[in-house]
Every structure is written in structure tokens, then in C-alpha cells.
Design a protein around this ligand. Structure first.
Ligand code: NAD
Ligand code: TYD
Length: 355
């Protein structure tokens, strides 16, 4: 038995693969990743020499490749993480988001459908297509609105969330029309190790350590729910193991916080863990022009996954953010590699030109 993971060199995908294979009895992983700017093989360095991890450099839009991987490895599940994931990039260049998140998901679904349709009865019944999605598909909440449940209408506001909403709809339709055994999870903002420093929390940590401004969009009062990445991974494992086919499950941290409070928490931890002789890190906070169409508030009602599958996050924000800051302090080489582009150089040397 094998699982096929897409996007397993990115932030959440690599955490998922590392956690999965940390279990000595776990099934092998075939890890398909295009190694865009966000994909980093160094994330998977602990798996060097582990025969249970097969890395494949390729695109989810390459139907012939997907067909070949499904036929060769006969995975019992596809875990679909691969995506363009950064809202700011989607505002500047939405094309890549449509190509990967919409067209790429379509190609993957079609390949999975053809493969699954030809399986013998037992393997067919066991097969799963798990689609990893976001709470951003539900749109923006007002301050007094209840958190998102799985029945909230879809109201995506950014090119990123629109592309993810489209992919969710495709996954749903492939279940209802063709019977493909799908599961979808919609998760809130993740944070933790291996997070590319273009997103809020890692950007604030690495900028603060470099004495650079900490750019807070608008008034900093936008609210997100934050979940430690390893809790997201355990939630996905729980849904894969016991989720009802065709259902969606919201995954969240029960932890709504305003951006400015996130930034101040990071600064306070750094003051304690890596004091700067020049002064407190908060001095670097700089309010900048807001993101166009910036969603004001996301919040997740994660009672369904708890009720049906017994999942709750293991970390509080206080414990998770401390581990995260410590990880960045301990992994300056990783940060340097990502920022200097040396891992991109390695990719082109190893694989030739990539997207
Ligand atoms: P990421 O940007 O860090 O990683 C994405 C990975 O996908 C990269 O390794 C990249 O190389 C790969 N990829 C991109 N296009 C590809 C393609 N066409 N073919 C194959 N591989 C490709 O993203 P992430 O933060 O790890 O997010 C993973 C998934 O989780 C995404 O689907 C995202 O929408 C979802 N999600 C993310 C968050 C979050 O807070 N980061 C929250 C909820 C859901
Ligand atoms: P981000 O990490 O990009 O995730 P998302 O937009 O998917 O929620 O941003 C989290 C929040 O932080 C979002 O409200 C935008 C804000 N933000 C800043 O204020 N400054 C920044 O430099 C970044 C990257 C984000």
C-alpha cells in the first residue's frame, strides 16, 4: 500500500509527509511536486535514504505522468496539497492560480477517476481522493457572525480563494456525478516549521531578526483563525482514516486573533528568546497600504470533525507559536537558503529549468 501526495515539498505537504513517515509502520509515500518557488526539497532532507519516500518532480497538470504514477504505484489514496497558495501573489498574477488550482485539480480528478474506475472491487471501495482546501472559500465574516460551518455558502473574494473554491466544486461534482470517493478539508491559517517567509508569521520572524520593518496591512485588525501545522496534518489523517465519503470537514484552531496581536506576540517571544540590543522588536512594526479586497475576518467552527472523528488540536497558540519561533531560531540555514535563492539554484542544476 502506498499514498500519493501532491505538493509534498511545500509548507503543509512536507510537514504532512514528514509526520506520516515518522510512524515506522506507515505506508510509503510517492511525493509529486513541481518545485515552484514554494517547493523546497530541503524540507524533505530528513528523508534522504528512506526508501519509503519516492520524490517525483512533475506537474499535477501532466496527465500522462499522473496516469503513469497511479498505474505504477497503485496508491490507495491521493492527498492533494499542490496549489498556488499566496493571496498577494494571486492579486498580482492570477493566471498560475487558475492553471494549478483549477486546471491541475481537474486533471488530477480525471486521472484518479480513470484509475479508480478500473480497480477491482476491494481496492475500489478502499480508494480515497483527499482534497486539501482552505476556509478562505467562505469569504469574510462580520465581527458578530458565527464562525464558518461546512454548510456556509461559498463567497470567495480573492483570486486565490476563487481558484480554491472552484477546485472544491470540481471535487464535489466528481463525487456526485461519478461516485469518486472524495474527502475535502477546509482549514484555517496554518503556521509552524518550514513556512515560506512570504506569509505573515514567518515573514515577521525573519524580518525582525534581520532588523527589517514588520509590514502590517491596513489597521492590522483583520482576524484569522490560526492552527499549528502539525495539528492540520493530524486532522487530515483523521479525515482520511474515518471521514464520510463526499463530506467536507472544517479544521481550525479555535484561535481567532487580529494580525497586529499576532505580530506583537512574535515580537514579545523574540524579545525573550533572542533579545536585540537595539531595543524591543515592536519598534519595527510599520503600517503599510492594505491588501486590495482584504478579507476582514475568518473563523472556523470545527465541531463536526470533533464530533465525528474525535479530532481536536493538540497545540494552543501559546505553545505552537513558541515552537515555531524556536524552529526559526534553530534553522537559520534553512531561512538563508530560501532567501538567498540557493535552493532555487540547486533545483535548476538538478532538474533543469522549472516554472
Ligand atoms: P505552499 O505554497 O507552501 O506549497 C505548495 C506546494 O505545491 C509547493 O511545494 C509547490 O512546488 C507545489 N506545486 C505548486 N504548483 C504545482 C503543480 N502545478 N504541480 C505540482 N506541484 C505544485 O502551500 P501550503 O501552504 O503548503 O498549502 C498546501 C495546501 O493547503 C494548498 O492547497 C492550500 O490551498 C491549502 N491550505 C493552506 C493553508 C495555509 O495556511 N498555508 C491553509 C488552508 C489550506
Ligand atoms: P497571509 O499569511 O498572507 O495569509 P492569508 O492572506 O491567506 O490569510 O496573511 C495573513 C494575514 O496577515 C492577512 O490578513 C494579511 C496580513 N499580512 C500583513 O498584514 N502583512 C504581511 O506582510 C503579510 C504577508 C500578511
Amino acid at each position: 500500500m502506498t499514498i500519493l501526495v501532491t505538493g509534498g515539498a511545500g509548507f503543509i505537504g512536507s510537514n504532512f509527509v514528514l509526520d506520516w513517515l515518522a510512524d515506522a509502520s506507515a505506508e510509503p509515500v510517492v511525493n509529486l511536486d513541481a518545485l515552484t518557488y514554494a517547493g523546497n526539497r530541503a524540507n524533505l532532507a530528513p528523508l534522504a535514504g528512506d526508501a519509503r519516500h519516492v520524490f517525483v518532480h512533475g506537474d499535477i497538470g501532466d496527465r500522462a505522468l499522473i496516469d503513469q504514477l497511479l498505474a505504477t504505484h497503485q496508491p490507495r489514496a491521493v492527498l492533494h496539497f499542490a496549489a498556488e497558495s499566496h493571496v498577494d501573489r494571486s492579486i498580482h498574477g492570477p493566471g498560475a492560480f487558475m492553471k494549478t488550482n483549477v486546471d491541475g485539480t481537474f486533471t488530477l480528478l480525471e486521472a484518479a477517476r480513470a484509475h479508480w474506475g478500473a480497480l477491482p472491487a476491494e481496492a475500489k471501495a478502499a480508494f480515497r481522493f483527499h482534497h486539501v482546501s482552505t476556509d478562505e472559500v467562505y469569504g469574510s465574516l462580520k465581527p458578530t457572525d458565527p464562525p464558518f460551518t461546512e454548510t456556509n455558502p461559498y463567497e470567495p473574494n480573492s483570486p486565490y480563494s476563487a481558484s480554491k473554491a472552484a477546485s472544491d466544486h470540481l471535487v464535489r461534482a466528481w463525487h456526485h456525478t461519478y461516485g469518486l470517493p472524495v474527502l475535502t478539508t477546509n482549514c484555517s491559517n496554518n503556521y509552524g516549521p518550514l513556512h515560506f517567509p512570504e506569509k505573515l508569521i514567518p515573514l515577521m520572524i525573519v524580518n525582525a531578526l534581520a532588523g527589517k520593518p514588520l509590514p502590517v496591512y491596513g489597521d492590522g485588525q483583520q482576524i484569522r483563525d490560526w492552527l499549528y501545522v502539525k495539528d492540520h496534518c493530524s486532522g487530515i489523517r483523521a479525515v482520511l482514516a474515518g471521514g464520510r465519503l463526499g463530506e467536507t470537514y472544517n479544521i481550525g484552531g479555535w484561535n481567532e486573533m487580529a494580525n497586529i496581536d499576532i505580530v506583537k506576540t512574535v515580537c514579545a517571544l523574540l524579545d525573550e528568546m533572542k533579545p536585540d540590543p537595539a531595543g524591543q522588536y515592536e519598534r519595527l512594526i510599520t503600517y503599510v497600504t492594505d491588501r486590495p479586497g482584504h478579507d476582514r475576518r475568518y473563523a472556523i467552527d470545527a465541531r463536526k470533525i470533533e464530533r465525528e472523528l474525535g479530532w481536536r488540536p493538540a497545540e494552543t497558540f501559546a505553545t505552537g507559536i513558541r515552537k515555531t519561533v524556536q524552529w526559526y531560531l534553530d534553522n537559520a540555514d534553512w531561512v538563508h537558503g530560501v532567501q538567498s535563492g540557493s535552493y532555487r539554484d540547486w533545483v535548476s542544476q538538478q532538474y533543469g529549468a522549472t516554472r
